[in-house]
Write a protein that binds this ligand. Sequence first.
Ligand code: 26V
Length: 813
Amino acid sequence: MFRTKEEFKAAFIERLETLFGEHLDDATLTDKYAALSTLIREIINKRWYKSNMQYRVSKDKQVYYFSMEFLLGRLLGSNLFNLGLTDLCREGLAELGIDLAELEAVEADAGLGNGGLGRLAACFLDSMASLQLPGHGNGIRYRHGMFEQKIVDGYQMELPDNWLRDGYVWEMRKASRAVTVKFGGTVRMEERAGRLVAIHENYEPVLAVPYDIPVVGANRNTVNTLRLWSAETNHFDFSSFSKGDFLKAVEQKYSMEATSQILYPDDNYPEGKVLRLKQQYFFVSAGLQSIVRRYKRTHGGTPADLAKIHEKIAIHINDTHPALAVPELMRILLDEEGLGWAEAWNATCKTISYTNHTILPEALEKWPVELVGRLLPRMYTLIREINERFCAALWEQYPGDWDKIRDMAIISEGYVHMAHLAVVGSHSVNGVAEVHSNILKQEVMANFHKFYPHRFNNKTNGVTHRRWLAKANPALADLISETIGQGWLDHPTELANLHRYGTDAAFQASVKAVKQANKERLAQYIKAKMNITVDTQSIFDVHVKRIHAYKRQTLNALHILDLYNRLKADPSLDIEPRTFIFAGKSAAGYYLAKRIIKFINTLAQVINNDPDIGGRIKVVFMENYSVSLAELIIPAADVSEQISTASREASGTGNMKFMMNGAVTIGTLDGANIEIHDEVGDDNIVIFGLTADEVLNYYKYGGYNVLDVYNSNPRLKQAVDQLINGFFPVSADEFDSIHHSLMRTNDEYFVLKDFAGYAAAQEKVGNLYRDQSRWQTMSINNIAFSGRFASDRTISEYAIGIWQIKPVVIREF
Ligand code: 26V
């Protein structure tokens, strides 16, 4: 370990020599990245070992966060930050003529997630370690993460992500800890010593090999573990091989290893593929096997010991994707550890807790019974047993009410309903923002809430302020610390002390200067990547997130089109110049979302090249949105677009990241926007549109007719017509699907209904921006009241309210 800059420089130079036999002058960026990251890894490893030792001896309860996605982004910068080594390394490297930021950029993003749900899991890992909580991740080591998006002629193209190409310095393969996961085959019940036991035969064994990634906590010594499982096989079909059927032998090996090859890129957009179900069981079974194995070593392996597993272990499932944890933990306790049903069920429910992340009906997971029975025969018999017992309990409570029982059953109409399995098999069910949790209780899961009233609760999401403020926006972080001290880094609610400076002219000027520099940095990137010049004096109005109908990128785009129409009609129109920035990926098979991307790009092409506009408005669609790109874009935003149809966005987390960086939200009363509004008050946010209650009422009772709105708003009518009247230089039917989704299916997401409110809100934004002092006050107040949205707050609520775990102090060394 180096303590001073001089020691660091010496260690770094030596590392280049020992790793590559290379002198500093000859080393490439990649070599320098390897030298620095391996040095840091060694520091981490020592703390990792200590943490593991401490967890073993302290025997405290630990939590495992099961998630199909962990959208980590890059780790060098966040590890340096959490170790408190950023300044020392940056300065040391600078003296060697090396730019730390350039080294950080060498690292590939670990894009093992789609969007909000996966990034939330990554923020939670950071907060658990930083709060000294013994909490670990369990997931899949996808060979290919989220696809790389290219925009070609305005269309999204998907290229495979290859994040492991140059190796991954932060992972440690643990071949000796591999476990076997069994697929297919048959199950029969046999009586042995007076007990019915399940015998699973003729299955396909897949070897699950763990790769552990250290999760470094801020400042103190905690290093937790993210365990990602890779499917491998040591089975090779020698009989086919020796018969000369080489292909068959190799094919079987590949099919077994396929399980962890790809991340499904369908955020909130279902694709019920067999391989996805296989992935779900793969990481759930492997994770539980390794957790139980460790539990037995530490706490004893008798059935009586295992019946108390919930006293030492909490398992949290991130959405329903890991809901097979319920039957799999039952399987282990019943079949492998010899517990009886009642004890096993008691322990299982008390161990598992579940978070719901979406109420979009099409995203609620269900698997065909036939598929579950064929791929996971033992899981299927257990799910049936759980379902029968649950339905019997329902019958007790609601005798004769078949409709209700059918509605709540785990298995019905030929499907296994994963959310029902998760609710029945856990002790806590939470939503991710107040409004979302209330909709769960009152609408989507109302029957379950009546049956299990104490099981439901809310945990409003948060984001790690270390990555999203301190690291992504170092100049703002320094300014904050100079102004209110450094306490906010450990206690983010102390950001509220900035409120006093909201009207302080000097502080306003400093905040503005930081924003300006961030805008220049983003503008340079846009120029270099896309050869578009944007006006850094204009409002940077930013809409970045997955492309989805309910997120309403279309509403934003139609408003831009309307603004353009008005500027064309009246060149003297006095508007505040604006740069509209979009980014986001569409699911590969989501036709409408892909056309929305093309629409935005076409709009950009028309507007950016129209001399009449003279650059007063510009549209930019940045390709390949990712964690790293978000870190560049968000600190440069003036305006944060959070305009989902009310009730559809469970929480949103981008909204929180923008707020922390001083952007002003234009948004609907949806998800966590409502709580942001509560924190900052009416004066510091621009709200428009239908409320969640209004939307839900329309869905239930009807009463909305898109034609009424269309016919009564000529500006809106013009913009909607332009989609299909040949206005755009594309083939005549290019935007038919967008037009259809608005006009032919009665505008499911209320784009037209909210248009006038949105246009008025946008006008208000423009006017507010003109009063720069007023705007800076708003910006500062957003930063000041963002402390509640730090994931440290969220995680302490989970720790106290759901997991019942306490911090474990890792001794100083
Ligand atoms: C769902 C599905 C369902 C079918 C198969 C493919 C697939 C892949 C991913 C998902 C996840 C959808 C849920 C999700 O990402 N929800 C988002 O969670 C964020 C964190 O809580 C929240 O902020 C967003 O509002 C919510 O949309």
